[in-house]
Design a protein around this ligand. Structure first.
Ligand code: UDP
Ligand code: MG
Length: 313
């Protein structure tokens, strides 16, 4: 029988945590009862440097129910780091991990379906929301635009999926080989390979409390996604430089012709040509430097070159 650990990142979640834990524990116990999971299955909350009673609640709950465990960060390290820490700790003993937000905006009733897919040999099950009704107009439009942009930049993402997902032990182990500090986990998972599947659910408003992602944190996270997964912006500079230089050459031909015809104002041709050609060359140089920096970034990440799924013989 397989052991499941549900990993919950929590930052100042005193309002929702007690009911969240109760609900998730019940779902897990039902799966244990149906003999789909081992009875050692548990829940691990990562307290990401909360300033409220979050840790107190975890400690109190653990005293009554040892299946509920906690990990406390020394300060706020951010949602993505909390997820990594939780998964890293969980797979020391667990065979499968499910990550879910503390506010239960993602439907925990999707977990049994995830587990069933895992039991039939799926390594990664993405929780995918089939609506964005519970998001504000602003969040909805910016999110859709953002994911479209990422797609254009060549980043493969599962649409409408955030960090609600199931991962087998080996999938987590592979994820942990991605050593980068600049984390955008949902962008890395599709790179891992392995058999994956999706479970659809309806996203609801927060149970209580407010979003722990104010605009500033959201923007920082969005930029992390682009800059850690794509060097396309740098490439764009190079292309722009080539384009400007071409324009410069056209300007050269044009202004020399105009000069020959005696129609040009004195000094205009040389000025136009130098602006475009020099500007273009500068951008090309920046782009070339950027290409090398892009390579350095990829090297510095020390991502695994490949992942072997199975061996025979
Ligand atoms: N969270 C965290 N550290 C942070 C910010 C958020 O661990 O610095 C957790 C938070 O407690 C929640 C999850 O990340 O469990 C998602 O945050 P939230 O629900 O506030 O984001 P939203 O749904 O508004 O995007
Ligand atoms: Mg939320």
């Amino acid at each position: 029988m397989k052991k499941l650990t549900i990993v919950i990142p929590a930052f100042n979640e005193e309002e929702v945590l007690p009911s969240t834990l109760q609900r998730l524990f019940k779902i897990e116990q039902n799966l244990v009862h149906d003999q789909l999971l081992d009875q050692s299955s548990d829940i691990l909350i990562v307290d990401d440097g909360s300033k409220d009673r979050t840790w107190q609640i975890i400690a109190d709950t653990n005293r009554q129910n040892t299946h509920i465990k906690g990990l406390k960060f020394s300060r706020n390290f951010g949602h993505q780091n909390a997820l990594i820490a939780g998964m890293q700790e969980a797979i020391k003993t667990a065979d499968v991990v499910v990550t879910i937000d503390a506010d239960l905006q993602d439907d925990p009733d999707a977990i049994p379906t995830m587990i069933k897919k895992f039991t039939t040999g799926t390594d990664i099950v993405y929780g995918v929301r089939n609506n964005r009704d519970s998001d504000s107009w602003f969040k909805r439009t910016t999110a859709v635009g953002y994911y479209k942009t990422l797609n254009l930049l060549g980043v493969k993402l599962v649409q409408n999926h955030a960090d609600f997902r199931l991962m087998s032990k080996r999938a987590v182990q592979t994820l942990l080989q991605y050593k980068e500090r600049n984390l955008f986990i949902r962008g890395i998972i599709p790179m891992l390979g392995f058999k994956s599947d999706k479970v659809y659910y309806k996203r609801t408003p927060r149970l209580a409390g407010e979003s722990k992602y104010p605009l500033k944190k959201m923007l920082a996270f969005a930029w992390d996604g682009i800059s850690s997964l794509s060097i396309a912006p740098v490439r764009a500079v190079l292309l722009l430089g080539i384009f400007a230089s071409l324009l410069g050459i056209i300007a050269l031909v044009y202004s020399v012709t105009v000069k020959w015809l005696g129609l040009a104002i004195h000094g205009w041709s040389s000025l136009m040509i130098s602006i475009w050609i020099l500007g273009g060359f500068q951008m090309i140089s920046l782009g070339v430097i950027g290409e090398y920096i892009g390579k350095l970034t990829t090297e510095a990440k020390k991502r695994p070159r490949f992942t072997i799924e199975t061996k025979i013989g």
